[in-house]
Design a protein. Sequence first.
Length: 199
Amino acid sequence: MVISEHASWVFTLTPYVAFLTAVSAGLMLPMLMAQAPMSLFGGALALVGLMALGRFFLAPGGLDPASTFGGMGSSREMTIAAIAEPAMMLAIFTVAIAAGSTNLSEIVLASQGPGWKFLDPSHVLAFAAMFIVLLAETGRIPVDNPATHLELKTIHEAMLLEYFGRYLALIEWASSIKQLVLMDGEKERKSACSLGLED
């Protein structure tokens, strides 16, 4: 691996923190069954906090090698985060208020019970907000273009220009897990809406 002479321990630690926070967030979310493996360690706030912690380390990790593109990407990522995180929290809390709990496993169990209002306008708006957050958090078009090679037009990829080898692999793996976590939240909301139509 080619590592900048300006890089410190922050650059080295960032890929591991990003990967561990993404895996922990994935284990807190009920994907295959209603009871998540790490549901006892926190609910919606812990999930949002873990995802924010990974992003918090990615920004200084992009700044640390003293690359101009890394600095631009880090500042753009923090700007997107300031907009996307409150929207994600509001969308999750909209569903949590209806379920009576911020525990994600209990939210899933409550959505399967009778009396759950699937097509409530607040849930439809929360679904739309989470879809926009999904596009912003995972760096997809129209917010970002991960396939471009123009560093001036990228957000997430500009932070990763200095990473190589296993460091880059861990960060890309963490990004894929994060996308899966956000898409699973979208899938659960969408399936809840379709179940409401069938009833």
